[in-house]
Write a protein that binds this ligand. Structure first.
Ligand SMILES: [Ca+2]
Length: 356
């Protein structure tokens, strides 16, 4: 009985996948039958509309959570696009590009990076409840004193395959911070999930993991453990870097590829008008970059990191974040409601797009 049920399920699943591996080997599917399109290849769709300056996506189970920079809200996105406010993060006080920025979820905690007046701060909150009825418990501050400014606040949070929490910071308008190992600005920081300095960080008793950054807002890891980060240039070159512990990425001494052995050059660089890269994600051997000014999703094959292809150019406006979703798709946040973009009806939105 079990065996026959399994055989029936296997036949169903082969048919549902469209027989792309060769219809001749499957007698239940005639060669003339058009392939069934699995959901992962259907086109872009809006999962949620009416967001106000959304910045970051994280998943609590299969429920997408979205941060809003200006309102300081965390919203849960329901299957029908309903937005349920989970919490308003207390203490958020930012001007310019500051506010509630990156969020991450790990082991029933939500982590948030936000501007609190004269500093940026990282806190975590216990998560309780299920699905869109999730709630936040009492805040625990993991790290404060990250420089803040009206611009270049960094703000992305992500967990690495080593179980450590990484945070990207910006120079907050004072570029000399980036080369100073005593400043938390212009860095990628690495900490334990409860906010301590890991014993194997590259600089003793320091959160600093890499330095010489101007404004990093995207971090992701390949299946082989390699770490990548996107970085905004000033007015010449935006960068995609491979991040190594203790390395110096050059800002403000150099922008883009310098060929100077003191600094680690980017894998690839783009004119700021074509890029302005914020969130990044890795799926299926490719890296995807959400671009603000460039208003496009860019794909970089990890097997050829000096190459790229582009999607949705100027179709959805400015793009702030991209993540690999549990349903196998890419989720993308638009960023058209902060005064720099041209919002269309329904903006800002959370998009679901196929893995391209
Ligand atoms: Ca650089």
């Amino acid at each position: 009985m079990l065996k026959s049920t399994f055989a029936a399920l296997a036949a169903f699943s082969i048919a549902a996948c469209g027989g792309s591996s060769g219809s001749g080997s499957n007698p239940t599917q005639p060669p003339t039958q058009p392939p069934v399109t699995p959901p992962t290849t259907s086109g872009p769709s809006s999962l949620a509309t009416g967001l106000q300056i959304p910045w970051s996506i994280a998943f609590y189970g299969s429920t997408p959570l979205v941060s809003e920079r200006g309102t300081a809200r965390i919203l849960a996105v329901g299957v029908n696009g309903a937005l349920t406010p989970v919490a308003t993060i207390a203490g958020v006080n930012g001007s310019g590009e500051g506010g509630l920025l990156g969020i991450a979820v790990r082991d029933n905690y939500l982590y948030a990076y936000f501007t609190a007046g004269a500093e940026n701060r990282i806190q975590r909150y216990p998560l309780t409840g299920q699905g869109s009825s999730v709630q936040l418990g009492t805040a625990q501050t993991l790290l404060s004193g990250i420089p803040s400014g009206s611009n270049h606040n960094g703000g992305r949070l992500a967990f690495g395959p080593d179980g450590m929490l990484y945070a990207s910071t910006g120079d907050a308008g004072t570029s000399s911070r980036s080369q100073s190992l005593s400043s938390l600005g212009g860095k990628i920081l690495r900490m334990t999930p409860d906010g301590r300095v890991p014993s194997d960080n590259p600089f003793s008793a320091s959160y600093v993991y890499s330095y010489g950054h101007r404004n990093v807002q995207g971090m992701a890891w390949a299946s082989d453990g390699s770490m990548y980060a996107s970085e905004f240039g000033q007015n010449t070159w935006d960068e995609l870097n491979q991040i190594k512990a203790g390395a110096n990425y050059g800002w403000p001494d150099v922008e883009g590829k310098a060929g100077n052995s003191k600094y680690t050059d980017p894998l690839q660089q783009w004119a700021t008008s074509d890029a302005s890269p914020s969130g990044i994600a890795i799926s299926g051997g490719n890296l995807y970059i959400a671009n603000l000014r460039g208003e496009r999703l860019r794909k970089v094959p990890l097997s050829a990191t000096g190459t790229a292809s582009e999607f949705y150019v100027r179709e959805y406006g400015r793009l702030r974040d991209v993540v690999a979703a549990p349903d196998g798709r890419l989720y993308v946040l638009t960023n058209n409601t902060d005064g720099r973009g041209t919002p269309k009806t329904g903006d800002d939105r959370l998009l679901s797009v196929p893995v391209l």
